[in-house]
Design a binder for this molecule. Structure first.
Ligand SMILES: NC(=O)C1=CN([C@@H]2O[C@H](COP(=O)(O)OP(=O)(O)OC[C@H]3O[C@@H](n4cnc5c(N)ncnc54)[C@H](OP(=O)(O)O)[C@@H]3O)[C@@H](O)[C@H]2O)C=CC1
Ligand SMILES: CC(=O)[C@@H](O)[C@H](O)COP(=O)(O)O
Ligand SMILES: [Mn+2]
Length: 383
């Protein structure tokens, strides 16, 4: 029996993780869950799985939840709630980090210190402080397993090997505006941006896919997860999202991972690997139904956010922290209708330009830089 602790249980990845736990009651038990604001969904999940520890986004959410529960778990509000989930249970348990944003950083570090395996969907944590996560992984020896579809694909293609690799090739769908030129992005709406061609995901990552920031964040994520220099990480446009990513080896062989776009596959693999289990309701890939698969080189001028992310990743130090904080802040403002789609890139660009790079920021510095960048980005948008 594997005990799973789930950060972000009410989100897109969280709900699909619960689906896997529900389908395999003999293999998995929920040790704790966290949620932000969605009290109704959290109550439903809690009453079904009865985890003894629950992290709530706020005191108000914690109070509301208590009235809806049919049992009496420990309910801890605020960031301390995420930390309580990260500490709950025993060494060897798994923490599925499916919370959105850099708020996932501290609980990841706490869960690692408490000896948990980390199944990480929360890419913002690795972008913000990849070097700290990596350092702690060396100290604790815990496993960090990818949930993000591209990274799960690469993990499976690498098959435990790191040598003899020419390059990691991440595929990118192109997002909701892939058929538009940069000029045509003037005046696009939030609803249009949220209309991803292949995946149904949370709002923030869907906007990141539309700007192509998502792929930039994923390159940085791959750098840390697979210990791979940026020169050996490529991105290829692939409109069908069937080839989830590839590894090219020194003899020219290319290993690819294929499947229908269904996040339950990488989520479950992170929980069962190296074993595999069937997934109820998941459609196996029929290549003849898919027909032709398309691949195209990425135009950096079209996807400015991707270029900014790549530069920040290569510059290292505190630059990726700034990239992520400015992007989270800008995407939030776009979703609220306060800035235009094209202003997202502009605000991230400005934040990076204004920042004086720190080579090896510690946790305290990272938290400060993250906070200051968000404040500055919001001020610049309204100024
Ligand atoms: N969705 C997908 O298919 C994929 C997602 N990812 C990554 O996984 C992560 C989650 O994405 P996704 O599931 O789409 O996101 P969602 O927006 O659907 O869900 C986010 C979850 O995090 C919670 N949350 C958000 N902000 C806070 C906060 N400040 N404090 C506590 N909890 C919070 C939300 O709670 P509530 O809703 O209750 O407010 C919700 O449970 C992201 O990092 C994303 O990049 C990676 C690959 C694919
Ligand atoms: C499902 C998943 O892993 C997302 O990160 C997905 O990759 C987004 O698609 P694109 O960023 O390629 O549009
Ligand atoms: Mn992805």
């Amino acid at each position: 029996m594997k005990h799973v602790h789930l950060l972000g249980a009410t989100g897109s990845i969280g709900v699909q993780t619960l689906d896997i736990i529900r389908s395999n009651p003999d293999y998995f038990r929920l040790g704790s869950l966290s949620f932000g604001k969605n009290v109704a969904s959290a109550a439903e999940a809690a009453n079904e799985f009865c985890p003894p520890v629950i992290g709530a986004g706020s005191l108000e959410a914690a109070r509301e939840l208590k009235h809806l529960l049919t049992y009496s778990p420990d309910i801890i509000p605020g960031d301390e709630g995420l930390q309580a989930c990260a500490r709950a249970g025993n060494r060897g348990d798994v923490l599925v980090n499916a919370v959105m944003g850099r708020v996932g950083l501290e609980p990841t570090l706490t869960a690692m210190r408490s000896g948990k395996t980390i199944a990480i969907a929360n890419k913002e944590t690795l972008v913000t402080a990849g070097h700290l996560v990596k350092q702690l992984q060396l100290e604790t020896g815990v496993d960090i397993l990818p949930v993000d579809s591209e990274h799960s694909a690469i993990y499976q293609c690498l098959h435990g090997k790191k040598q003899d690799v020419n390059s990691l090739i991440l595929t990118a769908s192109g997002g909701s505006f892939r058929d538009k030129s940069r000029e045509q992005l003037q005046g696009v709406t939030v609803d249009e941006a949220l209309n991803h061609p292949n995946w149904s995901m949370g709002a923030k990552i869907t906007i990141d896919s539309a700007t192509m920031m998502n792929k930039g964040l994923e390159v940085i994520e791959a750098h840390w997860l697979f210990d791979m220099p940026y020169e050996k990480i490529d991105v290829l446009l692939h409109s069908e999202s069937i080839v989830h990513s590839m590894v090219e080896y020194v003899d020219g062989s290319v290993m690819a991972h294929l499947g229908t776009p269904d996040m339950r596959v990488p989520i479950q693999y992170a929980l069962t690997c190296p074993d595999r289990m069937p997934i109820k309701g998941s459609r196996p890939l029929k290549l003849w139904e898919a027909g032709t698969l398309h691949f195209k080189e990425l135009d950096l001028k079209r996807y400015k956010a991707f270029e900014l992310a790549l530069e920040a990743g290569k510059a290292g130090g505190s630059m990726p922290t700034v990239l992520n904080a400015a992007n989270e802040s800008a995407v939030d403002m776009f979703l609220k209708g306060n800035i235009t789609f094209l202003e997202i890139d502009e605000l991230v660009d400005r934040a990076l330009e204004q920042h004086e790079r720190i080579a090896e920021p510690d946790l305290e510095q990272i938290i400060d830089i993250d906070r200051e960048t968000r404040i500055r980005t919001a001020a610049q948008a309204s100024g």
